[in-house]
Each structure stands twice: as C-alpha cells, then as structure tokens.
Ligand binder design. Sequence first.
Ligand SMILES: O=C(O)c1cc(C(=O)O)c2c(n1)C(=O)C(=O)c1cc(C(=O)O)[nH]c1-2
Length: 571
Amino acid sequence: QVTDEDIANDAMTTGDVVTNGMGRSLQRYSPLDTLNRNNIEYLVPAWAFALGGEKQRGQETQPLVHDGVMYITGSYSRLYAIDVTTGEELWQYDARLPEGILPCCDVVNRGAALYGDKVYFGTLDARLVALDAKTGDVVWNKKIADYKEGYSYTAAPLIHDGLIITGNSGGEFGIVGEVQARDAETGEMVWTRPMIEGHMGTLNGEESTMTGTLNATWPGDMWKTGGGATWLGGSYDAETDTLVFGAGNPAPWNSWLRNAGEPVDGNTGDNLYAASRVGLDPATGEIKWHFQTTPREGWDFDGVNEVVGFTDADGHKRYGTADRNGFFYVLDRADGGFVDAFPFVKDITWAEGIDDTGRPIFVEANRPGRPAELTGEAKGETIFAAPSFLGGKNWMPMSYSENTGLFYVPSNEWGMDMWNEPVTYKKGAAYMGAGFTIKPLYEDHIGSLKAIDPATGEWVWEFKNDAPLWGGVMSTAGGLVFTGTPEGKFIAFDDATGEELWSFQTGSGVVGQPITWEQDGEQFVSVISGWGGAVPLWGGEVAKKVNFLNQGATLWTFKLPKALAELAAAE
Ligand SMILES: O=C(O)c1cc(C(=O)O)c2c(n1)C(=O)C(=O)c1cc(C(=O)O)[nH]c1-2
C-alpha cells in the first residue's frame, strides 16, 4: 500500500522510491551518503534484468521501488514487476498495442505511478491502465484520447490526493494538449484542462471554464488544432497546493500560420498556453498562473521541461526549469512569476537574451522565413538557428543537489537548418509545415552535463560527451552525480569538481533515469540501458553520427556490498 504520506515524504525516505522525480519537488536528490566519493570505486552490479521480446528500443523509464518490488515500464507500453533482492520477474503486463499508433519520437515510456494497492501507467495508444500491484491484473483501463488522431502517452502519471493526473502527447499531429485528473480508484474523470486558449475545461462531467480568452492570442480557428501537448507530465507542489504542468509546441510548427511570425489582426500571436509552464488548482483544474517560455514560438521549443522546486541561498522558494529554448529560468514558487534567466548552452541564436519581464528578445532574422504562398508549394527562407529543435535540453530530467545548491543539467550543443512550408490540418497526419536538419556545433562534443549555480547562472563544471546526452541525472548526499551516455557508460561524477569517479559499460545507450535506495544498510543504484528516443529518428546529421549505437533493454542494479564499504572505510 502506497499512501499519500509515502508520496509526500518520498524525497526523505531512503528505503524506497515511490514517485517520479524521487520526491514531490523533482530534485532527484537522495540524502543517502552510504555510497560516497570515498567508496564509489567499490560499487558493483548486484543483478541485471533483460526486458526480452523481439522489440527493444528507447528505454527511458525511471524505476520505482516499494515493499521489495521494483516497477519499471519498457518501450512498446510494457510494465514489469521485479523482485528487488533477486532481480527475478514477478509478473509483466503488455498493453498489446494496436496497429497505427502515432508516437512522434519513438515508442518510449518514462515510468509508472504507485498508489494504494495499484500501479499505473500510460500507453502509446493513449490509454491509462491501473494494475493490481501484487498480481498485475487489470483493475481499470481508460482511453485518454483517440490514438488515430495522433494522441499517445509517454510520461509517468502523477498522483495527488486520490487523483491520478496525466497529460497527453501528439503535438506534431495538431492535437490539443490537456491535463486530465481522474479518480485513482475507478479511473472516472474528475476534471480536464486543455492547454490551448479557447477550449473549455470540464469538472465532474460538465463544462467548467474556457482556457484564456477566445482568439486573444490565436488567429481564426487555429486554436482548434493548436498543439501544446502536455507530454512530460507534471508535478504537485505542496507549498502552494498547485499542480505544475508544461505545454509543448504550438501546432503547426510554421509560426506564420499562427500569427506568431508577425502579430496582426489584433492578436499577439503568442499562442497561449503552448510553450508555457502552467500552475493548476488540483481541485478544479483552473489555471492559477502561467509563464510562457517561448511566446511567438517558431522553432519547436516545447515548454514541457520539468519544473524543479528548490530554496535559494536567500531562503526564497523558487522553481528552476531548463527550457528547450536554451535558457534556464528561475521562477517564483508562489505564482510562477519571472525571477531570472540565463543561458545553459553556449550558442543561442534565435534570441539575444531574456528581458526583465521574462520575454525573449527575438532575433527576427533567425526565425524560419515566411512561405511566399501559405497554401501553395512555396517554401520559406531557410535559416540556421541554435539550439536545435530537440533543444538545449530535451525531456531528460536534471537534478538539484541539496548538498551543493547546484543544478546538474543534461544539455546538448547543436543547431539546425530550418525552413517553413505550407501545411493544412488533416486528422491523424503530421501537422508541422516545417523542415529541418540538425547539425553539431562542435567537433568534439554535443552532449554537455553542466553544474549550474542558480543564483548566478555560472557554470561550475562541464562534462562533454561525443553523442547527445539523453538520460536523466541524479545527485546524492554522498557528493555524487549520476548519469548515462548513449555510448553506454553509466557514470558517477564528483558533485563539486565534475571529476569522473566511477563508470560502468551497460551494453547499450543509457536514456533512462537513475534512482537510489537502501535496504538492510546497503545502498543500491538502478538504471535502465537501451538506446533510442528522438535522436536516432529526428537527429539529421547527428543521427548519422550516432547510428552505430546498438539497441538493447537491460535494467542494471548496483550495490555497495557491506564488506567492500568496510574495506573502503579502512583505507
Ligand atoms: O509534442 C509532443 O506531443 C511530443 C511528445 C513527445 C513524447 O511523447 O515522447 C516528444 C516530443 N513532443 C518532442 O518534441 C521531443 O523532442 C521528444 C523527444 C522524446 C524522447 O522521448 O526522446 N519525446 C519527445
């Protein structure tokens, strides 16, 4: 049984991991220091678990651990329960996806949710499934949306106070991003909140309120297919009783079709609430605040990246979020208000910076050009912009360390050629109106893990990696920062210096999210290995560079055996 208290206290309780993000604030920081700088060299594999099946790719899950069981999701919408001591499978569930699913960016899933006696996850055919955590039997199985229209689901669901709260994927198909809250017991809908201005929300089966004001920031009927997918899920902030979700790119990508290229006709072309972080009232789904990272979006800079709660050096409650657009934002936790922004990648060419109100200072020349005829064959001017549309940072979560007060941000240094094309909406078809080729910016690296001081924006250290970084980051009180590379290495760094202290070759690319917990006085670390995600599919010249990397699907669990910990202590 996982209770509300278990969830609320997850960041402090070291015997299990019951939330995505290793705690409400998504810090991915563990107070455990049994394993530390002085003994990390003795960290050894305890067991490995192969997911099996003919299909293996894109393993992005964050494992959960409770009552001696580990729960992981696999690509193609599978879920596994594993004995955490022996590594043996207890049961597995396969969603048996229909033909014709339309995930944009690989067949990934980022993890499950635990609550009461159930384990939950979302599927690529846009369903939410509740399973009995002991047996794997289906308790309920609900449709989030129609996969034939382009909807899918890849994020870990969020639990709060008897509700299971999900987003949706499908921003490349002109779907409408939405947050849904359901009764966790029954799966019945409690409320919905669309992310695109003009749509109506619902509460207890009735229409509630409109999101924003019709046509204030969208021209004509474009809001009807406006994107803003909530594809990375959200978090709950107990400090302010607020759900925080991000909304993806507005649809289509071609900004000139949304007034965003050049605001006209009495609306701003900001296209709210796409490319925004949004605070919601958990009881009703009403919007409490929003912060739009990329108004007039035109480069596929989804606003979904995780929002991490932290307390700054002066004791202020803040959020930190590293956006696709290359800027790291510090926001006020009370109302999402803008505090500060600074770059976390070297080259940002679409904007000169962020002004005092949090709005980008656009470089208009680096917006993909206006197609001569929006309905004909003509293609707009090609520009080069950085970061690339896969972002200065994509979905892979950063970590905030209570030990150092630094953020550890998995970033990528790359740019793209991009142009606009005409496009019209057709249900279930890609709705982009843009073309692109991603290009590396530097000879020696694309990936860049940076330790960043949120007070100053200073990069304290940097680890450069040949391939783009695509895995989650975790930090610990033992002075360690963990992440993996597409080349297969799972690495522990010194949190203060960035020195590489330990690494292990996992056999395939690491795009999963590490966790740590303790059992009987020993500290364990787990991470899944299995290359995939958006880079090999969309990476242009970068994809060519990394297409030698092998697929795989193995969950690794490491531990520091007691005897070796004693040996290290005696040294
Ligand atoms: O707009 C959307 O609905 C949507 C969904 C997803 C997804 O669900 O994985 C991705 C993206 N967009 C996206 O833009 C993107 O770069 C991306 C990368 C990945 C991945 O798992 O590697 N997913 C997604």
